[in-house]
Design a binder for this molecule. Structure first.
Ligand code: PLP
Length: 267
């Protein structure tokens, strides 16, 4: 239905408590990129908040939405909350149907040029592996980045990089790619997963290891990854200054073109 005809109760727990999870996927040239990985991650997010909804049904509805919208290249959001109970209570309501909200909009994944990132303490909660709709920390950090003329906020906890406000973080040293290991503190990014697979094919060594925040500016390159940004190089940090020599590295360029190829020619 048109967006202005869609309605959600003000008692919805997504609105009252941020009690829900979501997914965002890119459709490129008629195919949803890495669809099964998005299905798996949504299932994991739902399980971790004990919300029992059929992911299969949701993705059938996604297919129907795509068919109706008839957009070859698009951005698709899936939001699932614990629904609207009659009474406001923190504890889970009984016998309340979840709310499922799907949107699709015209969107082109493109390769971004080098950008700037602010570097800030990770003020978010400690369960960032759940793709939660509670994004206030991310919102405040991204707003700070924007106000500083930057495109991202790279985050750290106790001197170590976690991720960025809307993406995962990678560091390039020589022909080696370093990225923080998966943990509760970061989202298991689908693009991160694809980058690690492509690095292996390209013969780029990969180390999943904690990265000291004060080592970022000394790297040969830094980039962030997400389904909507693709692989975006960061050549300036604040604080930190220019990354490496301020130039895109060979491993980055190889990964970026492998990613473009993968977007267009694989599921
Ligand atoms: N980390 C955070 C906090 C994000 O919000 C996102 C994407 O929205 C990512 C990482 C990247 O995830 P993906 O590659 O699955 O888009």
């Amino acid at each position: 239905m048109p967006l202005d005809q869609a309605a959600i109760s003000p008692m919805d727990r997504g609105f009252l408590f941020g009690d829900g999870v979501y997914e965002v996927m890119a459709r490129v040239d008629g195919r949803v990129r890495a669809k099964s990985l998005h299905e798996q991650r949504l299932a994991a997010s739902l399980a971790s908040i004990q919300l029992d909804v059929s992911v299969e049904q949701i993705f059938n509805d996604v297919d129907r939405l795509i068919e109706k919208a008839n957009l070859e290249s698009a951005k698709i959001y899936v939001q699932v909350t614990r629904g609207a109970a009659a009474v406001r209570d923190h504890a889970f309501p009984v016998d309340v149907a979840p709310t499922v909200f799907l949107t699709i909009s015209d969107f082109q994944v493109m390769s971004y040029g080098a950008g700037k990132a602010i570097v800030r303490p990770d003020i978010r909660w400690r369960r960032n592996s759940i793709k939660s709709v509670s994004l206030l920390g991310n919102v405040l950090l991204m707003q700070e980045a924007k106000a500083s003329g930057a495109q991202e906020a790279i985050l750290f906890r106790e001197e170590y990089v976690t991720e960025a406000s809307t993406s995962n973080v990678f560091v390039i040293r020589g022909n080696t790619l370093v990225t923080p290991p998966l943990s509760d503190l970061i989202l298991p990014g689908i693009t991160r997963h694809l980058v690690l697979e492509m690095a292996e094919v390209l013969g780029i060594a990969v180390i999943e290891q904690n990265v000291r925040v004060d080592s970022l500016a000394d790297a040969d390159g830094v980039f962030v990854s997400s389904s909507t940004r693709g692989l975006m190089p960061i050549n300036e940090l604040s604080p930190g200054g220019t990354v490496g020599h301020g130039q895109l590295t060979e491993p980055f360029l190889a990964l970026q073109s492998a990613y473009d190829e993968r977007l267009r020619h694989h599921d």
